[in-house]
Every structure is written in structure tokens, then in C-alpha cells.
Design a protein around this ligand. Structure first.
Ligand SMILES: Cc1ncc(COP(=O)(O)O)c(C=O)c1O
Length: 416
């Protein structure tokens, strides 16, 4: 392990980059990767990564438990994915039309995801969730979309969690329900009446900053029945969970099929790509809408996606993630018990969220994360973590050494 937080004359390279960024980038950085709201020990700028290890611009090495906030599922610089991307790049990427890989990828997704009869592509998760709503409205001729209160579906005006720059009109056609509370969804649907176009839902409740909640299968089946009864589209936002929990839609294990699903993050192991998958009943709506982007049809990320999905299947990566995630959870919970610290470790083991009982302002979570970072593991104090298939036994052992030190730091803080 390299010396943590190498300091040179004039500060760390990260500090110098932050100063330069402050002059030419509003706020120095923005969006979900802004380190401004992270503890001070966190680097803003990263140098690179390989497998489950990443390096910041000052040469500090970490076991990566954030996976670029989800996109990296097989590990950084996965050889098979990078080879496929390089081979496509040698032919062409951004061209006058898509490459044959677009058709290959659409076929692969339709074979892989049981509810999908067709696929469309874009760049980011927000593109995909927004497209799902647009397609649902085009197909049904209705306007209202229901979403769970507090759920994250992207950063467009209809769904961004920050009010700056958003008008009431941007939200005029939205209604809200409470996750896992079917009666609240039924009430919101009744309010929308015959103008209900869609219900958007995530595979489980993963709102940042809160303990996670697995989906109640009866709730999922109830939403399906509500959509069947009203003719609205059931939209599954699989952007964060897709291909990390199951090699198909994340609701396949509970037997609930959406009409439309939104994907991005892990589908190309870090290459920029999003997809909307849909059932035949919504194909006409999908054909009618005009949706596009200068880079949406680039061939390299599509080649990377084909290699990613193939490697996920052949390497039984979802199972590997489950095993590593369970080992991490068991180790962390045993440590919490031995330090006599009451923690909540919620959500699937592939995407866990750790919180301390009574830590309303997340102060202890910050102490824990900072100490873990110093010990060489990059995790997050207020967002679910992501387990990749690249974690080795050594990586997990190192991560658990760091979390043990981190629990010690929390104990010390409580004793002060
Ligand atoms: C569930 C969910 N939906 C949509 C999005 C938006 O995706 P993107 O940031 O790629 O636009 C995210 C991003 O974190 C997400 O977690």
C-alpha cells in the first residue's frame, strides 16, 4: 500500500486541482461525485483503477467499494471488456449511423431480460427514465406519472432532488406514493384518474442517506395489478441495480414483469451507455417518440456492453458478487458486535448501506468512512456501496482490516 495522502510542498495534487477547478468549474465540482459533502479526507480527483483497486491523484490506493457509483461491476479495466471496446474503437465509434453492434446488443438484451421485446439506447440513467415516461405518455395518450416520495430517478427537472432551477410546471404531471405502501399508490392512482400514464418504481428502496428497504413482493404484484387495471405502464428503474442483483431485470426473482425498464450504470462496465427495454404493448409508443443524442449511437460502449453481459454470464459474476457481499457483511457485522456498536446494514449484500443507530446527522458515519479511507478502503458515509465481481479474498481482508480500524475510531469518538 502506498503512503496515504502524500503531501508535497504546496499541498497535495488533489488540493491543487481543487483550487484550479474552483476558478473554472462552478462550485469546483458538481453532482453526485462532488467531494464537497464528503469528509475532508476524501480525494476529489482520481487517477485510475484496475480490478477492485483504485488510485487517487496523489497515489493513494484503495479497495473500491463504490465502483464509480455503480457502473463498474466486473472490476476496473476488465480485460475482455476493454479488448472489445478497443477492437470497436479501431473500426469507428461516433459515425453517421450505428454499428452492427447496436443490433447485436439489442438482441442480446431481449434474450437476457425476460420482459423485453425491444431495446433502445441512450447515454445516462436520466435519459432512460425520462424516455420511459415519454414512451408511456405517447402510448397511453395520458399525462400523469407516479413515483415514490424521496426516490431518485435522475437529474432532469422532473426528478432532480434539488429545487434550484425547477418550475412547478416541471412537476405538474407527477403524483407520489410511499414505497412498499400499496394503499398509497392506489390513492395516488385514483387521484390521477383516467390520466394515469405510468408508475415508476425502483427494484428496492435505495434512497441515499437512509436505511434501505427490500421490496415487498406483494407491493410489486399490487403495482402490476394496478397498472393492468388502469392501462398505465409499470416502469422499473433498474439503473442502479441492473445486472448487479440478477442477470435479467431485478424483479425477475419475484416474478413481476414491468412494461418498460430503464438501465444504465453497470450494463457496459463503465462505458457510457443507457438502455430502455420494453414489452410489445409499448412498442408503438416507443416508435412514435423522437428521442436522440449526438453520442447515443456510439459503437464502442455497445461493444463494451456485449462483452460485459457475456462476461457476467460466463463468469457467474452475480453469484461471485453475492459471495463477496455476504463475506463483507458477515465480517462487518461481527466487528460491529465486538465493538458493541449498534449498526444497521441494509439492502442486498451486493449494494449495502451502513448506518449507526441514533446517528441522525450522520456524524458517526463520517468518522467511520474517514477512518476506513485512511485504512485503504473507499466506501461512502451516506450512499449505498457497490460490490464488484473483482473483489479477491485479499481485497476483502484488507477492507475488513480498514473497517475494524474504522469501528475503533467511532468507539473513540463516542468516548470523547
Ligand atoms: C435509480 C436511479 N435512477 C436513475 C439514475 C440516474 O442515472 P444517471 O446519473 O446516469 O443519469 C440513477 C443514478 O444514480 C439511479 O440510481
Amino acid at each position: 500500500m502506498t503512503e496515504q495522502h502524500r503531501q508535497t510542498a504546496g499541498g497535495t495534487r488533489d488540493q491543487r486541482l481543487r483550487e484550479r477547478a474552483g476558478a473554472v468549474i462552478p462550485g469546483g465540482m458538481y453532482g453526485h461525485q462532488s467531494a464537497a459533502s464528503l469528509p475532508a479526507a476524501y480525494p476529489q480527483f482520481m487517477h485510475g483503477g484496475r480490478g477492485a483497486r483504485i488510485w487517487d491523484v496523489d497515489g493513494n490506493e484503495y479497495v473500491d467499494l463504490m465502483c464509480s457509483y455503480g457502473p463498474v461491476v466486473l472490476g476496473h479495466q476488465h480485460p475482455r471488456v476493454e479488448e472489445a471496446a478497443a477492437a470497436q474503437a479501431a473500426l469507428g465509434d461516433c459515425q453517421n449511423g450505428p454499428g452492427p453492434v447496436m443490433v447485436d446488443l439489442a438482441e442480446l438484451l431481449v434474450q437476457t431480460v425476460s420482459h423485453a421485446d425491444w431495446a433502445m439506447f441512450a447515454k445516462n440513467g436520466t435519459d432512460a427514465t425520462t424516455m420511459c415516461c415519454t414512451i408511456a405518455r405517447a402510448q397511453t395518450g395520458r399525462q400523469k406519472v407516479l413515483a415514490a416520495t424521496g426516490a431518485y430517478h435522475g437529474a432532469a427537472p422532473w426528478c432532480t432532488p434539488r429545487p434550484a432551477g425547477v418550475t412547478p410546471q416541471d412537476r405538474a404531471n407527477l403524483g407520489y406514493y410511499t414505497y412498499n405502501d400499496l394503499a398509497s399508490a392506489q390513492r395516488a392512482a385514483a387521484e390521477a384518474g383516467d390520466d394515469l400514464a405510468a408508475i415508476v418504481v425502483s427494484p428496492f428502496k435505495h434512497d441515499a442517506g437512509f436505511d434501505q428497504e427490500l421490496v415487498d413482493p406483494a407491493f410489486a404484484r399490487g403495482l402490476r395489478a394496478l397498472c393492468d387495471a388502469t392501462g398505465a405502464a409499470l416502469i422499473l428503474d433498474d439503473v442502479r441495480c441492473g445486472f448487479r442483483l440478477h442477470l435479467g431485470s431485478s424483479w425477475e426473482p419475484i416474478g413481476v414483469s414491468p412494461d418498460l425498464s430503464a438501465w444504465s450504470k453497470a450494463i457496459a462496465n463503465g462505458h457510457p451507455l443507457a438502455a430502455v427495454l420494453g414489452a410489445d404493448a409499448f412498442r408503438d409508443g416507443a416508435r412514435q417518440v423522437f428521442v436522440t443524442g449526438s453520442f447515443w449511437f456510439s459503437a464502442v460502449p455497445m461493444a463494451a456492453a456485449i462483452a460485459t453481459i457475456t462476461a457476467l454470464r460466463e463468469g457467474r459474476a452475480v453469484e461471485a458478487i453475492q459471495r463477496s457481499g455476504a463475506e463483507l457483511r458477515d465480517g462487518i457485522l461481527a466487528q460491529a458486535r465486538s465493538w458493541e456498536l449498534p449498526v444497521n446494514y441494509t439492502g442486498p449484500v451486493a449494494m449495502p448501506y451502513l448506518s449507526f443507530a441514533g446517528d441522525a446527522d450522520r456524524e458517526l458515519a463520517g468518522v467511520f468512512a474517514s477512518a476506513a479511507l485512511r485504512g485503504g478502503v473507499y466506501l461512502h458515509p451516506r450512499h449505498n456501496w457497490f460490490v464488484s465481481a473483482a473483489l479477491t479474498g485479499d481485497d476483502i481482508a484488507l477492507a475488513l482490516e480498514a473497517t475494524d480500524q474504522a469501528f475503533a475510531a467511532v468507539r473513540k469518538r463516542l468516548a470523547q
